[in-house]
Ligand binder design. Structure first.
Ligand code: ADE
Ligand code: ZN
Length: 326
């Protein structure tokens, strides 16, 4: 079997996926038309040409602009359903999806509209595609603490649908400490916590996310490679990293995939997983991330098996559910 067939054959969990980042240009144009929204770009091709980024912020600017076409509950359903069909195609058996309510509530869309649309697609994926899922609500770290508290408040009505809270958006200038109190309240309310850390920010942000936000999993975390004491701690505690190689390449967190620390992190004994982050923007879903990493870093089939197994182990599924997938 080819490497690509081998990767396809591995049952995988995806643990780092922004639903707004799965908005393919074709659906973006369809939704713009359906909602009578005028786009800056004359065509799908013109929009695709704009997807060239030199850092996280340049990407985020386009990502938030793209999200403006999402208005009705059905739009959020369609967005999530297209991604879940992709999961089926790629043998992703379980997915843990981030959503960014503030991206929508800031422009007058109701929290309920967002979560009900996404949740209906997740339910349909369970019954029609056999794909299980969890929902993680992220706070936008470029917004203030008060906005995060207000968002947490809105989420309390949906505790049965949201398992964890996370932290995303512009990392530079927005350290974990800014959200220490919000995360404390979220934990009191029974949510698990995760956070983006060490994507563009320093290793100290990874350490602070663990110590101050009490996160059970780190999103990206690649800057940890700079700090051997932190590496030892993450290995010892088996705190998982949700690494997104093509995202890191497209956002210039690494200059080339050959220099990505993925394999080194595995060799240090960390619980590393491979994920797609914002596949509509970075040119690949989860299988393409496995394949590009394997080719650039010379990963063996045993390494790829380990990564797929890690994805289940690092998931928020119950132990019996994990056993079922391994
Ligand atoms: N929001 C969507 N994708 C993101 C990323 N890679 N980093 C931070 N925030 C994000
Ligand atoms: Zn992300």
């Amino acid at each position: 079997t080819t490497l690509s067939e081998f990767i396809h054959g591995l049952p995988k969990a995806e643990l780092h996926l922004h639903i707004e980042g799965t908005l393919e240009p074709e659906l973006l144009f369809q939704l713009a038309e359906r909602n009578h929204i005028q786009l800056k770009y004359p065509s799908v091709e013109a929009l695709k040409k704009a997807y060239k980024f030199s850092n996280l912020q340049e990407f985020l600017d386009l990502y938030y602009e793209g999200a403006n076409v999402l208005i009705e509950e059905q739009d959020f359903y369609d967005l999530a359903w297209d991604y879940l069909e992709k999961c089926k195609e790629q043998n992703v058996v379980h997915t843990e999806i981030f959503f960014d309510p503030q991206t929508h509530t800031e422009r007058g869309i109701l929290f309920a509209t967002v979560i009900n649309g996404i949740n209906r697609a997740l339910q349909d994926a369970r019954t029609k595609l056999g794909i299980s899922s969890k929902l993680i609500m992220c706070f936008l770290r470029h917004l203030d603490e008060a906005s995060a508290f207000q968002t947490l408040d809105e989420a309390l009505d949906y505790k049965d649908l949201i398992v964890a809270v996370g932290l995303d958006s512009s990392e530079k200038g927005n350290p974990p400490a800014k959200f220490e109190r919000v995360f404390a309240k979220a934990r009191e309310e029974g949510f698990l916590t995760v956070a983006h850390a060490g994507e563009e920010g320093p290793a100290s942000f990874v350490k602070d996310a663990v110590d101050l936000l009490k996160i059970i999993r780190i999103d990206h975390g690649i800057a940890a490679i700079q700090d051997e004491f932190l590496l030892a701690e993450l290995a010892q505690k088996q705190i998982p990293l949700t690494v997104c190689p093509l995202s890191n390449l497209e956002l210039r967190a690494v200059d080339q995939l050959e220099n990505h620390p993925l394999k080194k992190l595995m060799d240090h004994g960390l619980l590393v997983t491979v994920n797609s982050d914002d596949p509509a923007y970075f040119g690949g879903y989860v299988n393409e991330n496995y394949l590009a990493s394997a080719e650039a870093l010379g990963l063996s089939k045993a390494d790829l098996c380990q990564l797929a197994k890690n994805s289940v182990i690092a998931s928020l599924l119950s132990e019996p559910e994990k056993e079922h997938h391994i």
